[in-house]
Design a protein around this ligand. Sequence first.
Ligand code: ZN
Length: 390
Amino acid sequence: LVHSRPDLLRKINDRQVLNLIRQKSPISRTEIARELKIALPTVSRIVDSFLERGWLQSVGAGDSTGGRPPTLVELKADSRGAIGVEIGRGSVRIVYTDLLADVLLNDERPIEEVEGPNGLVRYIQGFIEYHRLKHESIVGIGIAAPGPLDPSEGLLFTQNLRGEWLDKPITKIVSNHLGLPCCVSNDADAAALAESWFGKGESFDSVLFILADTGIGAGLVIQGSIWSGEHHLAGDFAHMIVNLDEDNETCFCGRRGCVNAYASLPAIEQAVVRRGKLDKHLPWYEVIERARHGHSPELEVMNTAARYLATAIVNMVDVVDPGIVILGGRNTLHADNFFFDLVQGSIEGLVPNAKAEIAVTGFGVDAVSVGAASLVLQSIYDHMYVVDSQ
Ligand SMILES: [Zn+2]
């Protein structure tokens, strides 16, 4: 295959070289040739081409073993960037990252003000103009949204968004209007991708990302690629049944005892109302604050939520056997990761010698939007991506 397709081979080599430079900056051409087992003249041609186009820069000389010291090259991380868009249930968040997925700029708007794909085009256009981003320095636009969705057609189907977002080819609309490549993925999948390439999952072969927010979701990345499943539903574990007791909670899906009915933010708010003597409806962040200070019934509600989410995670880990499990979402992160600590404690109680590492995302509330940007960044570093897309 590769021998008959010189253009494909060139694309594969380009990405392998750029990715190695990303990981090992600064590095010499000789070292790149040795690590990737690509002939030195080929490496030099690729490096020179990236230097010419401004992706790389030369830096001081490396160690010399006699003769002329080799020139080192490094990634010019701010020479270009990616736009990542998180379409959330309540808001739309935009980030602009450099080539290492570091967030340089961000913005957020209530979702009612964005009004569907055409409104999103206007929002991104305004963001680009306000920050005076040069069109040629934007590698592309990644979008992450709650599932289910169809990445190849760029369609969103989720019942979590209003009708104006649904059944419209969002990637085509954004790409045609803004003249930039655009792709879409499930929110937890995108966050898992960011962790795998640029975050705490970098040194692991597989990453499971758990998003605990208005909804509960999981994303799985195996060897640098999202595993979205045959019907793009992999990791959709919100309705995994974790409680079979008589008095279990009814979920909005119609089943009983789903993890979503305990650990999602609306479920937490409702549980406090049901258990409490309070007349008023406390927002989830106040529930977490009160739980942190030991108040009842908020602490019991958060403990129950943590125990059931931990149960679902342990079940997932048994099936998938990931290297690391990373938690994100507002429930996880609020009040110094209060809920994360409860979940971690519950997991340790259930499985005292778990093999998989458990961590909280290092991207904070940007995990999904950086994930969206990393959909774009993957396309410039991942040589398997170019093979798959042929
Ligand atoms: Zn359910």
